[in-house]
Design a protein around this ligand. Structure first.
Ligand SMILES: [Cu+2]
Length: 141
């Protein structure tokens, strides 16, 4: 029994130390939890340091397919122009990457390397952007 306690204690100390070292170094890649619903996009954090960023995307809708598109632009997320087809013309902006056709209930991961600047995250399925599926994301040096 006593031995077991020591092992657990040592493991705990190591875990705390490891976390402290990570924090001191500014951490590894940033992870952002993205939750898609009908019709919102919520982020666990909306900024990161430049470098690798992993978006963990969860489609929490029960029926609707969504997608997750990353573009770089100085335009605020809620001001991107929408065409008559109810889509944002992604070619107007610097494309970064995207996850297409994420079925209801599914999840996906997207890792991208981001330089400092302003980004917009959006779902560009017809009409979804206008209904509110967008978010600003800022990357600092
Ligand atoms: Cu959508």
């Amino acid at each position: 029994m006593k031995n077991q306690f020591h092992k657990t204690g040592a493991l705990l100390v190591c875990t705390v130390l490891f976390a402290a070292v990570l924090a001191a170094c500014g951490g590894g890649p940033t992870t952002v939890d993205v939750t898609l619903t009908d019709y919102e996009m919520q982020l666990s954090v909306d900024t990161s340091k430049a470098g690798e960023v992993t978006f963990k995307i969860q489609n929490d809708s029960e029926v609707t397919v969504h997608e997750f598109v990353v573009v770089q632009t100085d335009t605020p997320a809620d001001e991107l122009p929408v065409g008559e087809d109810l889509l944002v013309d992604e070619s107007l902006f610097t494309p970064v990457d995207e996850v297409e056709d994420l079925a209801a209930g599914d999840n996906a991961e997207l890792t991208v390397t981001l330089t400092p600047g302003h980004y917009v995250l959006l779902c560009n399925i017809a009409g979804h952007f206008q209904l509110g599926m967008h978010a600003d994301f800022t990357v600092t040096e």
